[in-house]
Design a binder for this molecule. Structure first.
Ligand SMILES: Nc1nc2c(c(=O)[nH]1)N[C@H]1C(S)=C(S)[C@@H](COP(=O)(O)O)O[C@H]1N2
Ligand SMILES: [Mo]
Length: 355
């Protein structure tokens, strides 16, 4: 018998099935608190979850950008380095691709995500720079490339500065439990405030290079391809770093409510920035401020709410976020061939019944 592609159950009450057999979004109505529980954290995998034995696993650090290549065992990671815990949000660059397609009347290829390819966990692990330091990084090191042990040998280079950041970690635990198999056991990268694809799961190797490195994930995928963007060497467009500022309401799409007063809740995320304001608008009414209930921070989503006295009928509810850089969520998202970074203000349809 072959193993199922994913290890954790993905019940339809908690997760939205995108149809690939590997990719499941967190249901927008089931996101719960600031932290997404592991049982419903979205999964995005290009290949089945590898079953890795931590006792025989090793993490290799090599490449022409280190003077002393070396390897670590799982026990060394767990016991020999300072562990830190950071709450960080992961969002897939393709989140909301279906809504992007509806906006521009186009069917994008790729995983058909609704709004659920975003979740937040407390990650515990070792700063990547603490693992790289003993390998003696060369002065002219330029790119750091994590490589996975799954079938596709996923790789996506990071510039050295991001790799050495305070909050770029090799995580071995998620919400207080050993990293679940589907989320990268025994160890994954967490690259704060960047698109999910940077946070390589099932790490087996980290290459440090004095050259700028190219892989399918920074030449063909996870790049912005459009007439507005030039090719960059072998890359079909600029590599995506941060996901775009966006917000969502924690209601089904479309939603049905009874008439009367409701507290409408949701989330907003600003990549490496942070959300400073959220506004909402009912039908053609004015924009009004929502209350931010969890402020979020760099790399962490914010939560917000507002009270709505909902009158019977069909309504459209819009929400827009502003970040610390003064960016306001736009009405439309610039076209790109692979349907990444959708961030348009969503026109959320809500039917309010008269009872
Ligand atoms: N090895 C490996 N790492 C990976 C992936 C993958 O398919 N294989 N998917 C990436 C993408 S595109 C995303 S959005 C995140 C999703 O992480 P999650 O499944 O823990 O939510 O993992 C990233 N790391
Ligand atoms: Mo992703």
């Amino acid at each position: 018998m072959t193993d199922p592609a994913l290890v954790k159950p993905t019940p339809p009450e908690l997760m939205d099935d995108t149809g690939t057999g590997l990719d499941y979004g967190t249901k927008p109505t089931q996101m719960l608190g600031d932290i997404t529980p592991n049982d419903r954290f979205f999964v995005r995998s290009h290949a089945p979850t590898p079953r890795i034995d931590a006792d025989t696993w090793t993490l290799h650090i090599d490449g022409d950008g280190v003077r002393e290549p070396l390897s670590y065992s799982y026990a060394q990671l767990r016991d020999d380095f300072p562990l830190i815990s950071i709450v960080r949000t992961l969002e897939c660059a393709g989140n909301r691709r279906v809504l992007f397609g509806e906006e521009v009347h186009h069917t994008f290829e790729g995983t058909q995500w609704g709004r659920g390819a975003i979740s937040t966990a407390e990650w515990t692990g070792i700063r990547l720079r603490d693992l790289l330091a003993p390998a003696d990084i060369a002065d002219d090191a330029r790119d750091v490339m994590p490589e996975s042990l799954d079938e596709i040998r996923a790789r996506r280079p990071l510039p050295l500065a991001k790799a050495l950041a305070d909050d770029t970690i090799v995580a071995i635990a998620m919400n207080g439990e050993p990293l679940p198999a589907d989320h990268g056991f025994p160890a994954r990268l967490v690259v704060s405030g960047w698109l999910g694809a940077a946070s390589i799961k099932w790490l087996g190797r980290i290459e440090v290079s004095t050259q700028h490195l190219y892989t399918p994930w920074n030449t063909e995928d996870y790049v912005l391809i459009s007439p507005e963007h030039a090719q960059e060497g072998p890359a079909r467009g600029p590599a995506i770093t941060e996901p775009a500022l966006s917000s969502m309401i924690e209601l089904p799409w479309p939603a049905t409510l009874s008439s009367g007063t409701h507290v409408i809740r949701g989330r907003a995320f600003a990549g490496e920035g942070w959300v400073t304001a959220v506004e909402y608008r009912i039908d053609g009414g004015p924009w009004r401020p929502a209350t931010i209930t969890s402020p979020g921070s760099s790399g962490v989503w914010a939560r917000w709410q507002f009270r709505w006295d909902a009158a019977p009928g069909d309504h459209v509810v819009r929400v827009r976020a502003t970040d610390n850089r003064g960016t306001v969520q736009p009405e439309h998202t610039p076209w790109n061939e692979l349907g990444y970074m959708h961030q348009s203000v969503l026109a959320h349809p809500v039917n309010v019944s008269s009872t």
